[in-house]
Write a new protein. Structure first.
Length: 132
């Protein structure tokens, strides 16, 4: 994402059109852009509301990589936002990693591994580096 503002209503309209058309992959692509943007703006509660949206949760149950994506975003939010409904960032990123473990390497795989490695290095945890 560059530094140009994004109209959230346009994103949501596009996302809803994809949902109505049953295009889950495109819906998830737009949802990811929306979540990245909300997190970038530190609108963590808004991002959490989007993650807990019923339609999003239903789609995440359809494919395991969608569930991994949801865990990734929960991890990103929990890095900076205290909420008693969120687990630790490591728990979310490890869940995402475990879902992706036996699949082909994708952009999401390296994003999850990067987040885990950053956390492990910040802790000084040498055992955690085995994941990287």
């Amino acid at each position: 994402l560059n530094n140009e503002p994004i109209d959230l209503n346009i994103l949501k309209n596009i996302m809803n059109k994809y949902l109505d058309q049953g295009q889950a992959r495109n819906y998830m692509m737009i949802k990811s852009i929306l979540l990245d943007y909300l997190i970038k703006l530190t609108l963590y509660q808004d991002a959490l509301n989007e993650i807990n949206d019923k339609n999003f949760m239903d789609i995440c149950t359809e494919k395991k990589n969608f569930q991994a994506q949801r865990e990734y975003f929960l991890g990103k939010i929990s890095l900076n936002f205290g909420n008693d409904k969120l687990n630790s960032p490591v728990e979310h990123f490890e869940r995402a990693y475990n879902v992706l473990l036996n699949d082909n390497i994708t952009e999401l795989t390296w994003k999850v591994l990067l987040e885990l490695s950053d956390i492990y290095v910040a802790r000084g945890n040498e055992i955690g580096r085995a994941h990287v």
